[in-house]
Design a protein around this ligand. Structure first.
Ligand code: PLP
Length: 377
């Protein structure tokens, strides 16, 4: 069911469903198997549980239909986590002597990967997400890695423009699409070679599964990523894969609600004198908005802003009643955190990353405004 003609909601609820079989469930249950009946020659599709699993196949088709509607040849591979998916692309595509360009302001575990890549003899170059700094360090690079919108700063880069420059320089491009999800942005259509995501976040949306995926159009590259998954064994459990697939059915409902509330919250925060550095790519006057509007169809659930200092931010977070002080983002229950507590991001002490959930917008905004008033009192 890859028909482009359907809307996002229809494609989300039907994504990856097998053809109907009388008396079978519409979405078959998880298949738990380390090995499969395999008399004779060991040919596919299902031989051993680390290589392939029918529950992954359904989920991979579903994600593929969302990442690249109407393109059944795009291959998707699911992983045990977003980091497993990221590492699979980097480590299957790069070898000693190669150079890679990574963001300075991306997910905070990326610097751990820098160390690993350097230890393998790979040159790591860096550039911030916004401002096209990547263009100056592309020469001779094998892979450009971008994360747009970036987490947690919410800067955006022009995927089409960077892809054109990277391809002209002979480099592949991978986009971390975690924050946007494929309903927000489709990197493969914008020319990227890999769309990679942590599906721990908005894609599954309930804060109860760790999962990741890689989608790519070139079958040779897909085979390399697949081989990496088999070698390293960073595979998702069938239960997680099945829960993820079930969660995709509500993706459009969740994301639409979260994005519209995020915009309303950002507008309310823009009115406050005690809030500075407000960022939301959907706000028309946000520095990211022009580029975001060219390539995104929804602007994501994350709003970031600064309060005067650490104490004020902590009082604000403590005062929230229907928002959990927790990390991660993209879930149906709103979360917020003082990002500086981790020490990995270049953010001010009072910087708050706020992930908007599916609560009633008026309840959520009232909670935030009250907690801000109390934090400043
Ligand atoms: N990419 C981004 C943008 C993230 O925010 C995260 C996690 O927060 C990851 C990747 C890593 O995903 P996971 O925690 O599923 O390994």
């Amino acid at each position: 069911m890859t028909d482009m003609a359907y809307g996002d909601g229809t494609r989300a609820v039907r994504a990856g469903l097998p053809d109907p079989v009388k008396y079978e469930p519409t979405l078959p249950g998880p298949v738990f198997a380390a090995h499969f009946h395999l008399p004779g020659e060991p040919t596919g599709p299902y031989t051993y549980g680390r290589d392939e699993n029918p529950t992954w196949t359904h989920l991979e088709r579903a994600i593929g239909e969302l990442e690249a509607p109407g393109e059944p040849d795009v291959e998707t591979l699911v992983f045990a986590s977003g980091m497993a998916a990221i590492s699979a692309v980097l480590l299957s595509q790069l070898k000693a002597g190669d150079a890679v360009v990574l963001p300075t302001d991306g997910y905070q575990a990326l610097p751990l990967l820098h160390e690993q890549l350097r230890a393998f003899g790979i040159e790591v170059r860096t550039a911030p997400t916004g401002g096209d700094g990547q263009l100056a360090v592309l020469e001779g690079a094998r892979l450009l890695w971008i994360e747009t919108p970036s987490n947690p700063g919410l800067d955006v880069c022009d995927i089409r423009r960077l892809v054109a420059a990277a391809h002209a320089a002979g480099a592949l491009v991978a986009v971390d699409n975690t924050l946007a999800t494929p309903l927000g942005q489709r990197p493969l259509e914008l020319g990227a070679d890999f769309s990679v995501a942590s599906d721990t976040k908005g894609m599954t949306g309930h804060g109860d599964i760790l999962l990741g995926h890689v989608s790519c159009r070139d079958p040779r590259r897909a085979a390399e990523v697949r081989r990496w998954r088999k070698v390293v064994g960073a595979i998702p459990g069938p239960m997680e894969a099945w829960l993820a697939h079930r969660s995709l059915a509500t993706l459009q409902l969740r994301i639409d609600r979260q994005c519209s509330t995020a915009l309303a919250l950002a507008r309310a925060l823009a009115e406050r004198a005690d809030v500075t550095g407000l960022r939301y790519p959907g706000l028309p006057d946000d520095p990211s908005h022009t580029v975001a509007a060219r390539q995104m169809r929804r602007f994501g659930p994350v709003v970031s802003f600064e309060l005067a200092d650490r104490k004020r931010a902590e009082r604000f977070l403590e005062g929230l009643r229907i928002v959990d002080d927790a990390t991660s983002f993209g879930g149906v229950r709103s979360t917020a955190e003082r990002r500086g507590r981790w020490g990995g991001d270049a953010v001010a002490e009072g910087f708050v990353r706020f992930s908007v959930g599916a609560e009633d917008p008026e309840d959520l905004i009232a909670d935030v405004l009250r907690a801000l008033d109390e934090a400043g009192a």
